[in-house]
Design a protein around this ligand. Structure first.
Ligand code: ACM
Length: 533
């Protein structure tokens, strides 16, 4: 078997004459596949030699993301149920070549390919990666590079965590102080929240509307959807530093607030006032204009409700709406944006805390979430199970399995080690469908899975690479491939494919992954405390 990652559904190799791909090979794109041809042309061999044709076509008998890839002596034929399927076929084709085919230039064809027939399609429609650009900003070029990495692994959703306490990263023309004030901080805690180390360099950055349009278009060319997250009503200190009136001003003096540079949960919540709701609608109007994704993420995680308990404004809202308390108030707040988004043809997605106040239960005052609303289940499977049983879609991203900021080995050398150990093998054995949903009709509500990378301890693209790879390759295989039940999966074969080719592909792409033997000297961070558990 070839060393393709994620593993393909079927592959039949043949003896016979090889296809030779060089400058003498013609590229033929049937209508609807021109975009894939443009992308493929970017790395097709230019060296003299070869012949025959690389042909791209659509086959409406296939599911949209399914494809076939046939290599014979005189042609390579890629056909997919849609352009996305053809694109994934092209990704597989690249992996049939030597790893240096991932270099941006000087790949040294012509390439020789043995005859083979591959049929493939994804297990899940949502194969995601969340990038937190709020805690540490990632300049645009780094984001484009991440998109290329996702595409190479047939991942198709970039969940873009654009706002948090420590930074607001999206230009909002109507409310310019969000970036003038909210996009930078005077310094940053180094390491996790117990650390006493401090970096007094100002940190910041944000994406302009044109940056976002470029990122979204670049992703779309790679059949990746960018799902923006504007986190409300917690994780909003950067917004409050810019516009103090958005906060619970009857219980906290938000006028003195600065964008914090330290980590950990923050007590500030947005006020559930009409003015704050209107402000965020104005923010979301620009978000909708920039991001065509069907889903818009509104966060909702980790809201300590102390301020709402004490705020007369919040309590008046609870009374007026007949809500049972502060958790239900969050449900009400979420539902406001759910309906607002649904009226504009979009779907809300939020972290599983949005369910805590019973917003999916019968009899919730004023009614439940709309049918299209979905949940990112991060505190285990439970939120996802609750949502799926109530008929809502779910993305599984449980923190103990799929949080790539968590340490990947128990050794002393892991840089800024966080949380429980989540090895490559652990990730590989993750099962997206919990037992409560497996073999039930509600299983179809599990759209897929997503790995999340919070960036408190990853200050640069190189540090992100280390946390993310090779574990994201395992995430990709779990999301795409029709794997055996978790306990029976052939991890040794996955490792073989990594060793035979995939580490070399990552090298060719310039990814500073964690080698199986442990961190390289420059990947260590001696003396910087993490928070291992
Ligand atoms: C989260 O990890 N706070 C969603």
């Amino acid at each position: 078997m070839s060393a393709v990652i994620p593993r393909v559904v079927s592959e039949v190799s043949e003896d016979g004459e090889e296809f030779v791909w060089g400058s003498g090979t013609v590229l033929r794109a049937a209508p609807g596949t021109e975009g894939v041809a443009d992308w493929l042309q970017g790395w097709a061999p230019r060296e003299e030699g070869g012949g025959g044709a690389v042909e791209l076509s659509l086959d409406d008998g296939l599911a949209p993301e399914a494809y076939r890839l046939d290599v014979t002596a005189d042609r390579i034929h890629l056909t997919g149920g849609s352009a996305a399927g053809v694109f994934w076929a092209a990704q597989t084709l690249r992996q049939l070549l030597p790893p240096r085919a991932y270099r941006r230039a000087g790949a040294w064809g012509p390439w020789r390919l043995a005859p083979t027939h591959i049929g493939d399609e994804p297990r899940f429609a949502w194969r995601g990666f969340m990038l937190d650009v709020a805690r540490h900003f990632m300049p645009k070029d780094g984001v484009l590079r991440v998109i290329d990495q996702l595409a190479a692994h047939k991942l198709n959703v970039l969940h873009f965590h654009l706002t948090d306490d420590q930074g607001w990263r999206l230009e909002i023309a109507r409310h310019p102080r969000l970036t003038e004030v909210g996009a930078w901080r005077t310094g940053t805690q180094i390491g996790h929240r117990a650390s006493t180390l401090w970096d007094a360099r100002p940190h910041g950055g944000y994406y302009t509307h044109d940056d976002i349009r470029e990122i979204v278009a670049y992703a779309a060319e790679r059949h990746i959807t960018v799902v923006p997250e504007i986190d409300v009503p917690g994780h909003s200190s950067a917004a409050l530093a810019a516009y103090p009136e958005l906060g619970c001003t009857d219980v906290a003096d938000t006028t003195e607030l600065e964008v914090p540079g330290h980590w950990g949960m923050n007590l500030h919540l947005l006020s559930p006032s009409d003015a704050t709701l209107r402000f965020y609608e104005e923010v979301l109007e620009e978000v909708l204009d920039l991001f065509p994704a069907p889903f818009i993420h509104v966060g909702g995680d980790e809201c300590k409700k102390d301020q709402w308990r004490e705020s007369a404004t919040a309590q008046a809202r609870i009374t007026a709406e007949g809500l049972s308390g502060e958790d239900a108030l969050q449900g009400w707040f979420t539902r406001h944006f759910d309906r607002w988004l649904a009226a504009r043809g979009r779907r809300l997605i939020g972290w599983d805390e949005i369910l805590e106040g019973g917003v999916l239960e019968d009899g919730f005052p004023g009614g439940s979430l709309t049918e299209g609303a979905a949940v990112s289940s991060w505190r285990g499977y439970d939120g996802g199970v609750t949502a799926a049983r109530a008929g809502h879609d779910v993305v599984m991203c449980p923190e103990h399995e799929l949080y790539l900021d968590r340490r990947q080995d128990g050794g002393e050398d892991e840089p800024m080690p966080l949380g429980y150990v989540q090895t490559l093998r652990d990730v590989y054995h993750f099962e997206p469908l919990p037992p409560e949903l497996a073999d039930t009709p509600q299983a179809r509500h599990v759209l897929g899975i997503q790995a999340n990378l919070w960036s408190e301890c990853t200050e640069s693209p190189q540090r992100v690479d280390y946390q993310v790879f090779p574990r994201l390759a395992a995430v990709a295989e779990v999301a795409w491939s029709q794997l055996e039940p978790a306990a029976e999966r052939d991890f040794a074969d996955f490792e073989r494919r990594l060793e035979e080719a995939h580490y070399a592909r990552l090298d060719a792409m310039g990814v500073d992954y964690r080698p199986p033997s442990g961190p390289r000297p420059w990947q260590r961070r001696p003396g910087i405390p993490g928070r291992p558990r």
